[in-house]
Design a protein around this ligand. Structure first.
Ligand code: GRF
Length: 199
């Protein structure tokens, strides 16, 4: 495989998009050697889309339920990814399980960030679940995406202490602060690996 020009990223988000924005900033500061080619959103009222507009990043949004099947939804997404020349998919708060259409097209080229120290507290509420369990420590995991829920190969983890006076809000803030630094770093490392493969 060979490739000209920088690696092109698509970020998938369903919500606020703070990790999307942190990544765009890292690209603009040139700490991540890539282009953010596209934001893909499965919630047309998500704040991530407002950020994309402000940051002048192209975006597409969908109502997945309007498609007859997961496969047909993902095929439509795939067409947009191909049109945008995307090399690597970065999930950032994307609340949907990736199906076989995208997994096969982007084998080992889909990365996710999860707000816990996997394998602990997988699923939709990683921060809340660690907090409710009374854990004294949680963290952030960046991993490759496979067909499971938060089960792919772990690329990096960072611990976050849960202090006795933490509230769910203060814990969320600490986790997001770690995410916004860790995710761009790990993406940059992974890009270097992909570039070697392309060379
Ligand atoms: C992050 O905590 C991420 O780990 C999880 O969803 C959240 C997304 O936050 N997968 P944001 O939309 O990037 O602000």
């Amino acid at each position: 495989m060979s490739k000209e020009g920088p690696i092109r990223l698509a970020v998938f988000a369903s919500g606020s998009g703070s990790n999307f924005e942190a990544l765009v900033e890292a690209v603009r500061k040139q700490t991540v050697d890539a282009e953010v080619a596209l934001l893909v959103c499965d919630k047309p009222d998500a704040f991530a889309l407002t950020r994309a507009k402000r940051l002048a990043v192209p975006s597409v949004s969908f109502y997945p339920k309007q498609f007859p099947s997961k496969g047909s939804f993902e095929k439509e997404v795939l067409d947009h990814l191909e049109e945008a020349g995307v090399d690597l998919i970065v999930l950032a708060g994307y609340m949907r399980i990736i199906g076989s259409t995208l997994l096969e097209a982007f084998d080992n080229r889909i990365i996710n960030i999860h707000p816990s120290l996997l394998p602990f507290y997988p699923g939709k509420q990683g921060i809340q679940d660690a907090f409710d369990a009374g854990a004294i420590e949680t963290g952030v995991t960046v991993h490759l995406v496979d067909e499971g829920i938060d089960t792919g190969e772990i690329l990096a983890q960072e611990k976050v202490a849960i202090d006795p006076d933490d509230t769910i809000e203060s814990l969320e803030e600490k986790i997001h602060a770690v995410e916004h630094v860790l995710y761009p770093e790990v993406i940059q490392t992974y890009i270097k690996k992909l570039q070697k493969e392309y060379a």
